[in-house]
Design a protein around this ligand. Sequence first.
Ligand SMILES: Nc1nc2c(ncn2[C@@H]2O[C@H](COP(=O)(O)OP(=O)(O)OP(=O)(O)O)[C@@H](O)[C@H]2O)c(=O)[nH]1
Ligand SMILES: [Mg+2]
Length: 436
Amino acid sequence: MINYKTFLILPIFKNNKFSQNDIFNQKNFISRSSETRSLVSALDASIVFEKIINISIPKSSLLINNNVANEIKNNFDLSLVDLIIFDCSLSPIQQRNLERILQKKIIDRTQLIIEIFGLRAKTKEGKLQVELANLNFEKTRLVRSWTHLERQRGGLSKIGGPGESQIELDKRMINSKIKQLKKLLAKVTQTREVQRKLRKNVSSLIFSLVGYTNSGKSTIFNSLTSSDILVKDMVFATLDTKMGSIKMSDNKKIIISDTVGFISALPTELINSFKSSLEELFVADYLLLVHDLSNPNIENQAKLVFDTLISIGFTEEELEKKIINVFNKCDLNSDLSNIKIKYKKNLIKTSALTPKGIKDLKNYIENLAEKKLMKVLFHIPINSSKISSWLYKNSHVYNETFCDIDFVGNKVKAKISDDKLNSFKSHFPEIELYTI
Ligand SMILES: Nc1nc2c(ncn2[C@@H]2O[C@H](COP(=O)(O)OP(=O)(O)OP(=O)(O)O)[C@@H](O)[C@H]2O)c(=O)[nH]1
Ligand SMILES: [Mg+2]
């Protein structure tokens, strides 16, 4: 793989009015800059130069002042780098003008993240989603981004973007490609929809791991399900949703899913394109929201995750009911007392690296599952094999006896979720049942 040499520019917006997002102001500088460095290394690129630029009023044509741009040009040997990364959003005009002055390819934070996603996507759906995000991004800019199309044409050497007629041609090409991709994606999504329905038809509860990137979701997933998906001290190690199951002490199965991590200023193009994999979260009975307790920026990260969940369609009430806060990496820091986050009362502290941490988490999950399932006694008349088989399929039957004294038929005891019980009642309204 090519190891790009980069120049990382970290703008700090002095005035909150112009700050593109809270993470770009002075207060969050330390955690934001270390996060951006890990984004660059996730692209397999090295940082040759780094510069902080304070911005009081961003210039609409260039973002930074001319003298700052000239200072960059004169004080750094730009021949040593392949590209310059601006860790903020750049408008197409700003990007083009900066490229003209500095005579280097420039990408912004959105393009950086799309590039990483492009490298990480493994499944067909993941690849289609990244491609779609990329094309949507290019379309809104009407300037070639650094990705796919341009690289096909000769890559980093080309700067400043193409001419207007080329843009028109590209626009048409992009639109037809987007249409094609959406069709393909719809097919994949349909298959996923069927699989999801099948999953909902089994008696298992579904727990979905969500959270900021690098918080430890996949480590938890692997330990709970004895899987070996990629775990790395790197942002966006996971891109594709994975499902697995945990066997509980009474042999009951629980389904668990792991998905892409969130990050500050995640481009909307990406959130929209990844909606179909994130939709997995809507079928979850619980959302295990994994936090990195050792990260000083934990409150902002948590807020970002809540906001993203709301932006993809969850309501506050749903989140309040479903979120379980998993404070991970407590081997590095175990003090929760000063941390202010939403729905903090549902919480567990853990360290996914220790067997005890995982065992405690598993017990916690088992207890939740236990609480979520009601014990119900069903009176099933003889010759009602259809009803029995429905129960075996949709609930956890733990006792069945034949009875002919007070009632002729089978007495079936089962653990069943609210949803399933309601569905049973509407399918078989004549059947007597008692919660026990
Ligand atoms: N010290 C410590 N490190 C942990 C713990 N859990 C996970 N890690 C480390 O944190 C890093 C990230 O772990 P992952 O499981 O890949 O995190 P993730 O949330 O899946 O990350 P993405 O897929 O990138 O969103 C890895 O280096 C893990 O070894 C923990 O409890 N304690
Ligand atoms: Mg992961």
